[in-house]
Design a protein around this ligand. Structure first.
Ligand SMILES: [Zn+2]
Length: 247
């Protein structure tokens, strides 16, 4: 009988030890996961496990009833926001990071254009999208000239999340020749200036006809600027978060 009791006690000890080890492992796993999340906030360049990265990317960190982050919807669309760098006409970084936000209706149309172009071996590249009103104010403070910057008191379609600055790229991501770079302020950037090569005129016509066919309107002085006319939204000052996978 004592022999059986000893055996029973031994089995019980082994079970307890196994249970303890399992719990400890679980705590360790949870700890490393929460540490991983903390490091995302601290350092956006952290190398994360694919699983954790997927978890973060799967949850939008913005109000989806008001906004769409284009890259979030289609990772193949090229985003080159110049105001997130010093490579812009004010030579100063204005956005903390490059995320292209638009109002849902305008975003849906842009994504459709991009996907239609992809079928023809091309795609879109965005230079600017929604621009917070506070950034518009900073631009105005630097360049208070309505020829180049819209007065924030009036606000622009970019501040409403309904305007885009963009171009078309080929299958290798190279920009089509539009005659001038983005944000070139001068007659050569005007739609009405026709002293360009046939190739440039053809490329501009392609961009203009593609955009106008789905409700985007051009302005005479900038070949890259289009605003969506089939939706109305107020001026906004939503400033986006900078996170992993969104820059
Ligand atoms: Zn613009």
């Amino acid at each position: 009988m004592t022999h059986y009791l000893n055996l029973y006690l031994l089995l019980l000890s082994i079970c307890s030890l196994l249970l303890f080890a399992a719990c400890k492992n679980e705590v360790k796993l949870n700890k490393s996961e929460s540490e991983g999340r903390a490091s995302v906030k601290k350092d956006t360049t952290s190398v994360l496990s694919a699983v954790l990265l997927k978890k973060i990317k799967a949850v939008p960190d913005y109000d989806t009833s008001q906004w769409v982050d284009l890259k979030f919807m289609d990772s193949t669309i090229l985003i080159d926001l110049r105001y997130a760098t010093e490579d812009n006409f004010v030579k100063e970084k204005m956005y903390e990071c490059a995320r292209c936000f638009l109002r849902p209706k305008a975003a849906k149309v842009i994504l459709k254009i991009h996907q239609d172009l992809q079928e023809k071996g091309m795609g879109l590249k965005l230079f600017d999208c929604y621009r917070p009103l506070s950034i518009q104010q900073r631009l105005w403070d630097k360049v208070p000239d309505a020829t180049y910057v819209t007065n924030p008191k009036k606000g622009s379609m970019h501040n409403r999340g309904l305007a885009v600055d963009l171009t078309i790229v080929d299958s290798s991501g190279e920009e089509l020749d539009m005659g001038t770079p983005f944000d070139f302020f001068g007659r050569k950037a005007h739609h009405t200036h026709t002293d360009h090569t046939k190739e440039v005129l053809k490329n501009r016509r392609l961009l203009k006809s593609t955009m106008e066919a789905v409700g985007f309107k051009s302005i005479r002085t900038e070949w890259w600027h289009y605003s969506y006319r089939y939706a109305k939204y107020p001026l906004a000052d939503m400033v986006w978060e900078c996170g992993v996978g969104n820059q």
